[in-house]
Design a protein around this ligand. Structure first.
Ligand code: NDP
Length: 331
């Protein structure tokens, strides 16, 4: 069974030499555990944080040990009551082919209700992130003009569409290619979108949202955040979900130079972690599940095949190779 190990903590952009794909013995499920053959692995931006030793909300990956991440697979041996061989489970033993996981930490998923990869994306962690961040942290309400960065990604594409379906007055997205921008407008129903690589974000945002924005859902940080503060309306709200533009920085990034605008706008800026919002999961699935089934909320996945390509898939997320959720499919 092959598994990915972190060998050294990356400085700046992670390099292949910081990792190794290691052949290990098939894990044996202990009492209360099941052995899962992984079918889909998730690679996510937050994993960059776990590669460094800095204290954060998720513990750093240990060196020379299997890395972790979301995964969906089939139970091939069970030492636990309530989970049977053949069941499919969502669990945290990713970055490897086989995982022995505590049955108590595994969530059964129904392969007939949705494609298995959806439990990692549109109906899973990234979907709930979009839902909780927009509705709870940003206190979205009907009539709000919403701007989301990283808008062609897993979280961002769902933020924009949930806002549209819930009656936003205007939905604006930014992404890193003209192709992604076209997708946002043509397929996801954004009112306006721009490629942040084509010119200053503040100017492009002002053109896309001449009447300003009430909500900014931040996936990117940096000049995107500054631009959003610059376009914020009275009582505007900024939900800080991620700041992917700084994850590989070796020096702290400069802060937004226009923070003082929060005073005149009575603006609010608040970070959140999806892990604190799992109480919304049933409501999320009840509301968003039918939208996905009916095709009213569209999603894409970028699928990379083979456990040996997991690292490339992860680096691809940092580079922007993905449209929608990046998924690794195992044979
Ligand atoms: P995405 O599917 O959005 O993939 C990441 C995207 O970020 C890339 O596709 C790329 O798209 C974009 N990107 C990369 N570098 C830059 C840059 N310098 N400037 C602007 N965009 C960049 O990932 P997720 O949907 O999984 O995550 C989105 C964000 O949400 C991340 O910041 C992540 O850390 C955060 N997050 C936070 C959670 C929480 O609990 N707070 C939970 C889950 C995710 P492009 O081609 O457009 O550049």
């Amino acid at each position: 069974s092959r598994e990915w190990h972190l060998l050294s903590r990356p400085v700046g952009w992670p390099k292949p030499e910081d990792f190794a794909l290691v052949e290990a013995a098939l894990p044996q499920p202990a009492e209360g555990q099941v052995l899962v053959r992984n079918e889909y692995l998730s690679v996510d931006p937050y994993m960059r944080g776990r590669m460094s030793a800095a204290k954060s909300y998720a513990a750093p990956y240990e060196l020379n040990k299997p890395m972790q991440g979301g995964a969906v697979g089939q139970v091939v041996a069970s030492n636990a009551e309530g989970v049977a061989v053949g069941d499919h489970v969502l669990h945290f033993g990713g970055w490897r082919e086989y995982a022995a996981v505590d049955a108590a930490q595994a969530v059964k998923v129904d392969p007939d209700a949705a494609p298995l990869s959806a439990y990692l994306g549109v109906l899973g962690m990234t979907g709930l992130t979009a839902y909780a961040g927009l509705l709870r942290t940003a206190s979205f309400k009907e009539g709000d003009a919403v701007f989301v960065s990283g808008a062609a990604g897993a979280v961002g594409s769902q933020v924009g569409q949930i806002a549209r379906l819930k009656g936003a007055s205007r939905v604006i997205g930014s992404a890193g290619s003209d192709e992604k921008v076209k997708l946002l407008v043509d397929e996801y129903g954004f009112d306006a979108a721009f490629n942040y690589k084509n010119g200053p974000v503040s100017e492009q945002l002002r053109a896309a949202a001449p009447d300003g924005i009430d909500v900014y859902f931040d996936n990117v940080g940096g000049d995107h955040l500054e631009a959003a503060i610059g376009s914020l309306n009275q009582g505007g709200r900024i939900a800080v979900c991620g700041m992917i533009s700084v994850y590989n920085n070796t020096e702290p990034a400069p802060g937004p130079r226009n923070l003082a605008r929060l005073i005149q706008t009575r603006g609010r800026i608040e970070g959140f972690l999806v892990g604190d919002h799992y109480d919304l999961q049933p409501q999320f699935v009840r509301e968003v599940g039918p939208w996905v089934r009916e095709g009213r909320l569209k999603y894409r996945e970028t699928v990379v095949e083979g456990v040996e390509n997991t690292l490339e898939a992860f680096l691809g997320v940092l580079r922007g190779d993905n449209t929608g959720k990046m998924i690794v499919k195992l044979g």
